[in-house]
Ligand binder design. Structure first.
Ligand code: TXA
Ligand code: MG
Length: 337
């Protein structure tokens, strides 16, 4: 694929300066970006997504040296995590500097920061910061939630962003399909003890290597503090069920008797029996599965099936983030709006 041209990057920087939105590729999912220091620009993100305004956004930075422009009292553990995982799919929640706009933090005293591991995002962040010159501007950041309408499946290609937001975004930078495919791991380092708020590609096992112990995980449902923690999230419009492997064929057979045409997501090959269902095989390893998951859900959502049936993934730490996203998708699925 062809990456954005010099002129595309320049256009993107101009739009950001003008307080407009730019959709950007990251290694996790595509983001809907605005100048994080401009509350009016950030307000456009909420309006465009249809997202409640008290939900905090992640600020994307070009590098570690911008962190203390945005955050204060950064603990040692946060620096260690940055050293180990940035640029990459890890967001850190830190005490914010007083100047950071409420529009970005949802009025909280913390801010979410991340240096994304995608060449296009990094190039845009560097150019945007460089164009801002000195006295803080060189640490400029881009606030960006996932570039989908609120509650919908996050986009992992530029085409998905166009499908979600279309004409509502003046520019979509195409960086190809996202390498990771699910949203970043979020670790709250603003408290006495660091806590995982959202599991992701950086797994509990990876984090344990830095913490020297298993990290605490707190993925409460219903709390607006982390919008990714709302039970109904990342959801297709088609109703969706999670079904354990050993019940799957019986479940599908019952659906067949009822005349229901299902879309099936499974890491296994379709059974040799004749089932009138749309069976999509996903990779059997969690990294490959995460990479393909949102695209597959989106495709099944368009396939006109009555029900999306997902085989429950293994109950192993490496599958934590995938199970989390699937549960939320089930909770939010089937709402046609
Ligand atoms: O991978 C990702 O994180 C993608 C890409 C674009 O970077 N972004 C993303 O953004 O998933 P969004 O807005 O869909 O989810 C960001 C999550 C939300 O659940 C939000 O509530 C949480 O980060 N968050 C941001 N700032 C926070 C804060 N100060 N305290 C607690 N949670 C925060
Ligand atoms: Mg999102």
């Amino acid at each position: 694929m062809t990456l954005p041209s010099d002129a595309d990057f320049q256009h993107a920087v101009e739009l950001l300066h003008a307080g407009e939105l730019v959709a950007i590729p990251t290694e996790t999912v595509y983001g809907l970006g605005a100048d994080a220091a401009n509350p009016a620009a950030v307000a456009k993100i909420f309006a465009t997504k249809g997202r409640p305004a008290d939900h905090p956004l992640i600020v994307h930075l070009a590098g570690h040296d911008a962190v203390e422009h945005w955050a204060e009292r950064v603990p040692d553990i946060a620096w260690e995590l940055m050293e180990t995982f940035w640029p990459g799919p890890l967001t850190l929640i830190l005490k914010k500097q007083a100047w950071v706009p409420d529009a970005v933090t949802g009025g909280q005293d913390t801010v979410g920061l991340r240096v994304p591991g995608h060449p296009v995002a990094l190039e845009l962040l560097r150019r945007f910061a460089a164009s801002r010159g000195q006295s803080g501007g060189e640490h400029a950041g881009i606030a960006a939630p996932s570039a989908n309408r609120f509650g919908r499946i996050s986009p992992t290609t530029a085409a998905h962003v166009a499908e979600e937001l279309g004409e509502r975004v003046p520019l979509i930078l195409d960086g190809g399909p996202c390498r990771v495919g699910i949203e970043s791991t979020i670790v709250d380092c603003s408290r006495e003890q660091a806590v995982v708020l959202r599991p992701g590609h950086v797994s509990p096992l990876h984090l344990a290597a830095v913490f020297g112990r298993q990290p605490a995980i707190e993925t409460a449902t219903g709390a607006p503090r982390v919008s990714g923690s709302l039970a109904a999230h990342y959801a297709p419009q088609t109703p969706m069920h999670l079904v354990a492997s050993d019940c799957l064929l019986d479940f599908l057979d019952t659906q067949r008797h009822r005349g229901g045409h299902c879309g099936v997501l499974s890491p296994n090959e379709p059974p040799p029996v004749n089932l009138p269902h749309d069976w999509r095989q996903l990779p059997a390893d969690p990294v490959g599965y995460a990479h393909d998951l949102y695209g597959a859900l989106r495709a099944l959502d368009h396939a006109g099936v009555a029900l999306i049936v997902v085989e429950t993934p293994p109950a192993e730490p490496a599958w934590t983030a995938i199970t989390d996203r699937l549960r939320r998708a089930v909770a939010g699925a089937g709402q046609k709006n």
